[in-house]
Design a protein around this ligand. Structure first.
Ligand code: ATP
Ligand code: ZN
Length: 287
């Protein structure tokens, strides 16, 4: 049997769509995403995809059932001692926070001293409390954590917060951020050399896809007298390409710009005399 890498992704949840989209953008074709599938084999890359509950992914990776997995960093750290984060994927950003009933007065973390806190993340919470020299009583519950205070199970909770509206509708307020998370790729400690090679191939593609997503290709026309000024504005990978236009005294400039500075750059370019600006998405960006 030829060597393959087994990639565990969340079957259905907040990570699923972005995880599968990333794998597809890496040019890995594993057929449609029919519901109920547990396993899919890629037709053009030595990979097999396992669809699992996110909580189970670190354990399966640690046991070698899967070679790598995509999970929230919160789950990666909470659930498994024997996996490594090999790449930070940047999507599904969220935070794990402490919250207490709205009506309670909050001063600082020492307010939690000796109190009961309900959470699905006992390890992350314990690490945080320990770092801050607070000791509280942690109650591990697996779901509906936010109702714990209202039913008298705990004084506060520690849970994933997205908008804060779930907290609010349960009469709670966020008071401390315990952990900031994003999707990460994890692998076992001791991948065999051949699988390690496939992983590196995959990471190379992920980097190319993600840097392409963060950048745009830009083309513009400018009078030759303005080229120096415009070149100063365009960061580019190395330096912009400059080509003469059929019209005398004008050139076309091509470069790559980062999404974050995009609108500022466009404005500065216009002010510097650029015309006919075209901005084009980049599919892959290598090196
Ligand atoms: P499963 O059925 O697989 O156990 P789940 O209900 O435990 O799923 P999801 O709610 O799908 O998990 O969340 C999966 C991960 O997505 C979380 O562990 C966290 O890393 C991240 N996440 C959670 N909430 C948000 C959010 N509001 N925004 C972005 N990412 C989030
Ligand atoms: Zn889960």
């Amino acid at each position: 049997m030829t060597n393959k890498i087994r990639i565990a992704v969340q079957k259905s949840g907040r990570l699923s769509e972005a995880s599968l989209a990333l794998i597809k953008e890496c040019g890995i074709d594993f057929g449609g995403t029919g519901t109920g599938r547990l396993k899919a084999e890629a037709s053009n890359f030595p990979a097999e995809i396992l669809f699992l509950r996110d909580d189970d992914i670190p354990g399966y990776v640690a046991d070698g059932v899967a070679d790598i997995g995509i999970v929230g960093e919160n789950v990666a750290i909470e659930k498994s001692p024997n996996t490594n984060i090999v790449y930070r994927l940047g999507f599904s950003k969220c935070r794990l926070s402490l919250a207490i009933p709205k009506g309670e007065i909050y001063t600082n973390l020492t307010d939690f001293e000796g109190k009961d806190i309900a959470t699905s993340y006992p390890k992350l919470l314990q690490n945080y409390l320990k770092e801050n020299n607070v000791s509280a009583k942690i109650h591990e519950i697996s779901g509906s954590v936010e109702i714990a205070p209202s039913i008298g199970l705990a004084y506060g909770i520690c849970d994933i917060v997205s908008s804060g509206s779930t907290l609010l509708s349960n009469g709670l307020k966020e008071v401390e951020v315990v952990f900031r998370s994003e999707a990460v790729m994890i692998s076992a400690d001791n991948l065999p050399a051949e699988k390690q090679k496939i992983l590196e191939k995959l990471l190379f593609r992920i980097r190319a896809v993600q840097s392409a997503q963060k950048n745009k290709y830009i083309l513009l026309n400018a009078p030759n007298s303005q080229i120096d000024e415009i070149v100063q504005i365009l960061p580019g990978i190395k330096s912009p390409t400059i080509l003469p236009l059929a019209v005398d005294g004008w050139s076309s400039l091509h470069s790559v710009i980062n999404e974050d500075d995009f609108w500022d750059i466009i404005e500065n370019l216009k002010n510097a005399g650029a015309e006919g600006i075209l901005v084009i998405p980049i599919e892959k960006m290598i090196g």
